[in-house]
Design a protein around this ligand. Structure first.
Ligand code: AMP
Length: 121
């Protein structure tokens, strides 16, 4: 899938629509999810035009990859969920139910989150 610059997170990065920012550096922006699924629900995105983990891991620089991972750990601590625990996940493609085609990592916490996936029958 090629990158579509009209996606909502690209618009946030260009400042065309607002977000509630919680962190920013040269490579990363993090903001509150508009429809939170937990008391803490933040989206952490690269500033570069990457659709998903597929192209990010294949073509992003080491600096971009390190910045995203470091931001996750830093934000977990700053948002107060590091001790009690939290979940990070990135949905990819149709089977992953990815809705926005710009790589984003969900960071959720602040309550027990249950099993990662429903039990298969
Ligand atoms: P995914 O299914 O992993 O693609 O999740 C997309 C996420 O983006 C959902 O949790 C949405 O609530 C969130 N979202 C969509 N539009 C916005 C927005 N304008 N600001 C913040 N979060 C958004």
């Amino acid at each position: 899938m090629s990158y579509n610059p009209d996606n909502v997170f690209a618009k946030i990065l260009r400042g065309e629509i607002p977000c509630t920012k919680v962190y920013e550096d040269d490579h990363v922006l993090a903001f509150h999810d508009i429809n939170p699924q937990a008391p803490v629900h933040v989206l952490v995105i690269p500033k570069g035009a990457y659709v998903s983990v597929n192209d990010f891991t294949a073509t992003a620089s080491d600096a971009e990859i390190a910045a995203l991972i470091r931001a996750l750990g830093r934000l977990a601590a700053e948002l107060g969920v590091a001790e009690d625990g939290y979940r990070i996940l990135a949905n990819v493609g149709a089977n992953g139910h990815q809705e926005v085609p710009h790589l984003h990592v969900h960071l959720c916490g602040g309550r027990p989150l249950g099993r990662m996936l429903p039990k298969a029958d």
